[in-house]
Each structure stands twice: as C-alpha cells, then as structure tokens.
Design a protein around this ligand. Structure first.
Ligand code: AMP
Ligand code: MG
Length: 401
C-alpha cells in the first residue's frame, strides 16, 4: 500500500501536470491577505531611502569623537526633516530616531552617552563610523523585488508591499472547490437530527480547510447513498476546479462513491494509503478535474484533507508545492499502535522550559471530533514502529500549517 509521503508526491505531480495557471485579478492590498501574488512587486526606491538614524542622540563625525570630547551642537533634526546643514569637525547635530543623517556625519552617539550644557555636548562613549546608522539602500535597493510572485500574502508580505507603495496587488483567482458530503444519515446543521442521524460537520470543516488553503468553497450539500443522487451531484461538482467528497469510500454496501466515479470515467490514482485514520482515501482524475474521496469519519476527513487535498488546492491557487511541515518533540508517554500503517494521533504539544513535549490524547478513534478539538497537533507514529517509548523523539504535524 502507498505511504502517505508517496501519495502526497503523486497528488502534487498529477495536479501540477493538470493545472494551467489560474486567471489573475487585481485587489486592494488589504484584500490580498491569504492570496497568492501573481507578479513581482518591485521596490520603488532605496530602503532606507536615506542614511537613517536608529537612535535618539547626536549626529557626529566618528573620527572626532573620543571619550570626553566636547562638541558644539549646531542644530536639531527630527524624523521627516531634511538636513539643511552639515556637521563639521568639532560640531554635532541633535538627531531623533528615523531622521536622516546630515552631511559630514557618519555615526550617532546615543543621548544616554552624552551630557549637555547649553550647546556644549560632552561625549561619554566614543562611536565607530556607521554606528546607530542604517545606510541608504542597505535593506533593499530601488528596482529589487520587494515581494516575489508566488508568495502567499500574509501580514509581513503586506508590510513589505505597503512600504514600497503597492496599493493594489495582482493575485491569482481562487479556484472553486466543490464540497459534497454523502450519507443517508447526514442532515444539515440547521435541521434537528433524528435519534440516529448526525449533523454534517464534514462539509463545514472542509469548507474551512478549503478557504484556508486558498480555495473558494462551493457547497453542494449532501448526497444520499443512492446512485442517482450521487451521480447528479458529482456531475455538478465536476463543473468546479476540483471536487472533494466525504464518506462513501469504505467497503460497505452503501459506499457508492467509487462506482459512480468509475461510471463517469474517472482514473483512480490511488484508493488506499497506508495511514490511520483515513486508509480508504481516494484520489482520482475525472473529466480532467482532481477528485478526492475522503473517508467520512470526521477526523479521517480532516486529516486526509490536510495530507492530500491541501497541496492540490494550494497548487490550484497558484502557489508552488510546499513540503509538509513537521516538528520534532519528545514523547511524554509511550504509545503502541498497529504496525504497517502510519498513525496520526490527536496530541497535545507543549514547550515546558522551551523543549517540546507531546502526549497522545485519549480518543475514541476517527469519529472523535472532540479529541481533535482538544489536540493542537497530530503525533506521527511511523508505519515501522509498533511501540514508541516515553523520552523518544517523534515527529508532529501542527493541526494546520
Ligand atoms: P462513511 O465513510 O460514509 O462510511 O462514514 C463513516 C462515518 O462517518 C459514519 O459514522 C458516518 O456517519 C460519519 N460521517 C459520514 N459523513 C459525515 C459528515 N458529513 N459529517 C459527519 N460525520 C459523517
Ligand atoms: Mg456513508
């Protein structure tokens, strides 16, 4: 059976080969949050745009300044002022953080290291040339790429774009991702379930995960475990850029997702991965569209989305393929799992004394949303390990990247 690493690689390779780059749209800088930048944003000028003082103090010629030197203060500069006259030998200019260094000076003595009487400034600590000054263009030069195409716009990218005056950004259009749950027992959130019915939590969690991955969820509701209903709704889902189903992919008599996809001409890339939860996960290409059939148990749905569907949606949204982000931690209590499958266990990660420790949470298996809610990560138990002792190093995945 496929390992999750191999399955993930396969998804990435197949979706990359399918996907034309999405169309572009221009949005305001704040609306670009979470979107993938489609063209480079260039620096409009040097940064900093002038030799910038990064302390409150006195602009001086470093060569003049020994301990105990007395300088004549000939003026004052605050942030935003243009320096009108120069510092000459034996003089200094009072300068504030963020102001431009005046001609003739090459360093700033911190105000804390001076003593002032009238215009006389006594320097208590000498400075090196360049000290407390950031030179023009030393952060970034005019014309350099400030934010590169392909970056996801998060708050830092937005700051970098704002600095260079990008009021709008060209981003990729969000791919439309159809979400379809299946199951005769599944009812919508706003109806009150009968005694043996359950609410459709999968469509809700999938919509949130799709949005977080850069897609636009298209909610198709729930299909009954009947060929006709399922066929009609899958066909509708294939109008979107990708389709994600939950449920109906196990070995039960009413698990009809695979037969319907087959009937619609799907090529099955895989229909099982050596993981728990989520082993019967399906990835297919149907009528040119990526289709994921995620197992219906809610934790299986969430975990298999993160492992396999997320990279597909990221690619469709214009982002380059990313590696799965995992962290190392020390296992606090031994775990024992069935070998042959990689297990992803809801777990609690904490950092006592800055060293990461992880504990698997008690749970009732892949239907247990409550355990997932209490967890802040997934502990990975590799397929070749039956037991991991407390104190061993393990890998964990953050609940979402
Ligand atoms: P299935 O994969 O269809 O065999 O479903 C496995 C388990 O997940 C069953 O207990 C289902 O009732 C449950 N389940 C299926 N779909 C959903 C859903 N949309 N929301 C919450 N639970 C679900
Ligand atoms: Mg079902």
């Amino acid at each position: 059976m496929l390992s999750y690493e191999k399955a993930r690689e396969t998804v990435t390779a197949r979706v990359e080969s399918l996907a034309a780059k999405p169309a572009l749209e221009s949005v305001s800088l704040l609306e670009s949050l979470g979107r993938i930048l489609a063209s480079d944003i260039l620096s409009d000028r040097d940064y900093p745009p002038f030799h910038r003082s990064i302390r409150d103090g006195y602009a001086v010629r470093a060569a003049d300044v020994h301990e105990g030197a007395t300088l004549n203060c000939i003026g004052e500069l605050k942030a935003g002022d243009s320096p009108l006259f120069a510092v000459t030998s034996g003089t200094c200019i009072q300068i504030m953080t963020g102001a431009a260094l005046p001609e003739g000076s090459d360093a700033v003595v911190m105000v804390e290291h001076t003593q002032r009487t009238g215009d006389q400034v006594i320097v208590r600590r000498p400075v090196r040339p360049g000290q407390h000054v950031v030179r023009r263009g030393s952060e970034q030069q005019a014309g350099e790429v400030a934010v590169a195409a392909g970056k996801r716009m998060e708050f830092v990218e937005i700051a970098a774009a704002a600095q260079v005056g990008a009021a709008t950004a060209s981003v990729y259009r969000k791919p439309r991702i159809a979400i379809l749950s299946t199951g005769d027992e599944v009812v919508s959130l706003d109806s009150s379930p009968g005694p043996f019915q359950i609410r459709n939590s999968n469509s809700a969690s999938l919509a949130a995960q799709v949005s977080r991955s850069g897609g636009q969820p298209v909610m198709l509701g729930n299909a009954k475990d009947q060929l006709d209903d399922l066929r009609a709704k899958i066909k509708q889902g294939l109008q979107a850029d990708a389709l994600i189903l939950s449920g109906g992919v196990s070995m039960g008599k009413y698990d009809l997702v695979e037969p319907v996809l087959k009937e619609l001409g799907a090529e099955f890339v895989f229909d099982a991965v050596a993981i728990r939860p989520g082993k019967p996960v399906v990835f297919a290409i149907c009528q040119g569209k990526p289709v994921f059939g995620l197992p219906g148990n809610p934790v299986s749905t969430m975990v298999t989305f993160e492992l396999f569907a997320r990279p597909a949606i990221e690619l469709l949204s214009g982002e380059a393929a990313r590696e799965l982000t995992s962290f190392e931690a020390i296992l606090a209590e031994a775990v024992t799992e069935k070998p042959g499958l990689t297990h992803f266990l809801p777990a609690a990660l904490s950092w006592p004394n800055l060293s990461p420790r992880v504990t698997a949470l008690r749970w009732q298996g892949s239907g247990d949303i409550v355990a997932m809610y209490r967890a802040n990560c997934l502990l990975i138990v590799p397929a070749d390990r039956e037991r991991i002792e407390s104190g061993e190093r393990v890998h964990v995945l953050p609940r979402s990247p």
